[in-house]
Design a protein around this ligand. Structure first.
Ligand code: FEO
Length: 395
């Protein structure tokens, strides 16, 4: 069922209440999500994006109830990833000659995923535009690596709507459609989680792209992303947040993330937490067991932190596999300007602390020398080293 966004612009996407994970199992979904597609009915009828492949038949059937598909003059594919282009195969069977406006990289990506189908692609670059009647036009803005090489945004003049695709979205199902109607606590929780876990590796590009969009001097009344709620009240609030988040963001917080075999490493983690609070009562302390808690939520807390402490016991000359995988994810997110410390128990060879330090350095953290390395189980002597470690993290 369509929902009005503004004047002749409607939402025609899919509200994905049942979704539990995204990008395989890389991203946890806890409050549903949506794939937002939009229908513009001016003198020209334009479809902006489609929905994920499993919902392609429902998408086309629902669209048929709203309009005669043959009335669609053209399609804009802002992004080739299958959560937005995955219904094209079903749609194009109905209207095979309809032009598809997208970037050059998008053509390659769509053809790579769905095969060459001789679709009528029209390649566009930043600044290209098309008239849609009633004095309005669509202006295209390439969003390369935000977050794929083919990503693009489309700006509609007259109604001043920026169809931003993945940028400024959230994995959050909002039946009421608009950010001002959504639960604000959940909205911002999901917006920051989405930024950290999907866009943070490209934070530098985010900052530059925001400058570029501002320099276009286009009025923006609505930001309509491809996931989650649409920003219509003070839409620039999410742009300003992105600018802040993209600039080596941190709060007065320290996050401790660890895994354990026989609870020795847990005891060190808890003592570090207590000591942080003792030395700096205003510092927020978060403690997570990597194998038991949601990795995307942990990364969001790491993002907010000025320092982290990471723990693992040694197992067969290495860190635990849960911690190893987590460190790979951590490296990929490219955090900046954060300190890190390592800790862990061992029984035989005891490599884990050194490996943690090396991998944290490789992930871009400023690793402090102080560490806690406990043979068998933490002793009073080990615990007595914690105040120095915490002091170094807090400085
Ligand atoms: Fe929502 Fe990059 O796809």
């Amino acid at each position: 069922m369509r929902k009005t966004v503004k004047n002749n612009v409607s939402w025609v996407g899919y509200m994905d209440w049942e979704l539990e994970t995204f990008h395989g199992d890389e991203y946890s979904i806890t409050n549903g999500s949506s794939q937002n597609a939009y229908l513009i009915e001016e003198e020209k009828t334009v479809l902006i994006d489609t929905v994920w492949t499993p919902h392609r038949n429902d998408f086309v059937d629902n669209l048929k109830k709203e309009i005669d598909l043959k009335k669609i003059d053209f399609i804009v594919a802002n992004h080739a990833e299958c959560d937005h282009s995955g219904s094209l195969t079903a749609l194009m069977r109905e209207i095979p000659d309809t032009p598809i406006y997208c970037t050059e990289a998008c053509v390659k990506s769509i053809e790579g995923q769905f095969g060459k189908q001789n679709w009528n692609f029209k390649v566009v670059k930043t600044g290209d535009s098309i008239e849609i009647g009633n004095g309005k036009k669509l202006i295209f803005v390439e969003m390369k690596m935000l977050h794929w090489p083919d990503s693009m945004a489309t700006y509609m003049t007259g109604d001043s709507i920026l169809f931003s695709n993945d940028a400024f979205g959230q994995h959050f199902a909002v039946e009421e459609l608009f950010a001002d109607k959504a639960n604000q606590c959940l909205l911002w929780k999901e917006a920051v989680k989405y930024f950290v876990n999907i866009l943070h590796p490209f934070a530098m590009l985010v900052a530059n792209k925001i400058k570029e969009i501002k320099n276009l001097n286009l009025p923006i009344d609505i930001i309509a992303p491809s996931h989650g709620a649409i920003w219509r009240e003070n839409p620039m609030q999410i742009v300003e947040k992105y600018a802040e988040w993209a600039n080596a963001y941190q709060e007065n917080q320290i996050t401790i993330a660890y895994d354990t075999m026989w609870e020795g490493t847990t005891k060190i983690a808890h003592k570090i937490a207590e000591e942080i609070h003792k030395q700096s009562p205003d510092t927020v302390v978060k403690v997570f067991n990597i194998s038991k808690q949601d990795k995307n939520e942990i990364m969001t807390e790491v993002f907010k932190s000025k320092a982290i402490a990471v723990g693992s016991p040694t197992e067969v000359n290495d860190v635990l596999s849960s911690v190893s995988g987590w460190l790979s994810f951590l490296k990929g997110l490219k955090f900046k300007n954060k300190k890190a410390a390592a800790f862990g128990c061992y029984g035989w060879s005891g490599e884990s602390v050194k490996i943690l330090q090396e991998r944290l350095k490789a992930a871009g953290f400023n690793v402090i020398e102080q560490n806690i390395k406990s043979l068998w189980k933490p002793t009073e002597e080990d615990f007595n080293k914690i105040p120095e470690l915490v002091k170094a993290l807090l400085v």
